[in-house]
Design a protein around this ligand. Structure first.
Ligand SMILES: Cc1ncc(COP(=O)(O)O)c(C=O)c1O
Length: 394
């Protein structure tokens, strides 16, 4: 008997996790700079959440989709208030992939035959069949985005020269599916200019804006949502990961215009765990913890400190090329893939877990918002140790 893993794995077996760490079956405790897989934004198993798991699982975990429960009502009100969708509605599912696909499905139900527009390499669901037809889908090519480009007045810049051409013939409403920051692990945040250019076209044609905030939401970029950095007002938001802080719950938030559209009545969808009360209680409490402990503002301070320390490393070592990202969604670009892989391995040997996007030579840091400056110092010291012993350093 064995387990099938359709992805790379390490030969480390975990038995527990607490706050910013996890522990393996050899009793080795690691600092977790990946927050599980970008979910545990408030740290692993905080005590108030453990209590909610216990109390709610003694009351009601799950029920038939014919019934309602108070937990989802309360969570819905909380999330709609945070996203200023006061008269809107929310649906709760299990995975982020499902939430993205459902949000696109809603948009396509309302805007039948509309084309989808997204930035190149955006995540469009585990099986991106909804928008896979090329004639139906325009992908905005952009290879990098230099924030300095926002300082000049050109409509587009050398980062995204083909955007006007790609949108030239679009004269009808379209669905702008926006995922900010990841771009398949490249960690590129587009310029304000690029996003506003596409968004304005979309507004002129009365299209819809769908924001995928699965990874970038819940304080990951030191704002509630990454679209807050761009001052956008989406029609639909897909949430997951940080929503349940590791518990599998996702959400689709829709604004009033979407929710009240009569075409939505024709959309039928059923899933065994939609609107389950256990997940809803956990997500409500995790979100309350962010609010009550002022974690987003605090994480901004941690992020500035982290960015500062990483930037110093870049100045010191030639094997580090560039720092990308926002908030606590950061990536250090190395000179070669081999450097990034070796650095990840070195940190693991020192009981620090970081991500690695080897194709782009990036070492990734997506820590919980509760990660302390002292814990960041431990990481930085170990990176120094690696780079100082690495032949390619200055
Ligand atoms: C931007 C984005 N959207 C959606 C997903 C899918 O979420 P899930 O793994 O919960 O299905 C991911 C997963 O990493 C993601 O990064």
């Amino acid at each position: 008997m064995t387990v099938f893993y359709p992805h790379p794995t390490l030969d480390i077996t975990l038995v527990s996790a607490k706050e910013n760490t996890f522990t393996d079956d050899q009793n080795r405790t690691y600092l977790d700079f990946e927050s599980g897989i970008w979910c545990a934004n408030i740290g692993h198993n905080p005590e108030p959440l453990v209590q909610i798991y216990t109390s709610q699982s003694q009351k009601l975990i799950h029920h038939h989709s014919y019934f309602k429960n108070h937990a989802v009502q309360r969570l819905s009100a909380q999330l709609l208030a945070i996203s200023s969708f006061d008269e809107g509605a929310a649906l709760f599912l299990s995975s982020g992939s499902e939430a993205v696909l459902f949000a696109i499905t809603v948009a396509k139900t309302l805007l039948q035959n509309a084309k989808c527009v997204s930035l190149e390499n955006s995540y469009l669901g585990a099986y991106p069949t909804m928008v896979s037809d090329e004639s139906d889908h325009i992908q905005m090519p952009f290879t990098k985005c230099d924030p300095k480009c926002d300082e000049n007045n050109d409509i587009v810049c050398e980062c995204c020269p083909h955007v006007p051409d790609a949108l030239k013939y679009l004269k009808e409403p379209f669905i702008f599916i926006l995922e900010l920051g990841s771009q398949e692990g490249k960690l590129i945040f587009p310029t304000q200019k690029l996003i506003h250019y596409i968004h304005q076209k979309n507004c002129i044609h009365k299209g819809l804006l769908v924001c995928n905030e699965i990874t970038s939401g819940f304080g990951r970029t030191s704002e509630w949502f990454a679209f807050n950095h761009y001052n956008l007002k989406p029609h639909l938001i897909a949430l997951g990961k940080g929503l349940g802080n590791g518990f599998p719950i996702s959400a689709i938030l829709m604004d009033q215009q979407i929710y009240k559209d009569p075409k939505l009545m024709h959309l039928k969808y059923a899933q065994s765990h939609q609107n389950d009360p256990l997940g809803a209680e956990i997500a409500y409490s995790a979100t309350q913890m962010i609010i009550q402990n002022n974690l987003i503002a605090k994480s901004k301070d941690i992020s500035y400190y982290f960015i500062d320390r990483l930037t110093q490393l870049i100045h010191q070592y030639s094997s580090l090329v560039e720092l990308r990202g926002k908030g606590l969604m950061l990536g250090l670009v190395c000179d070669h893939s081999a450097t990034a892989i070796a650095l990840q391995q070195h940190l693991l040997e020192h009981q620090i877990f970081v991500g690695c996007v080897s194709v782009h030579a990036i070492v990734r840091f997506f820590p919980p918002m509760t990660m302390s400056k002292q814990e960041i110092d431990i990481l930085i010291d170990k990176i120094h140790l690696f780079l100082a012993n690495n032949k390619s350093s200055l």
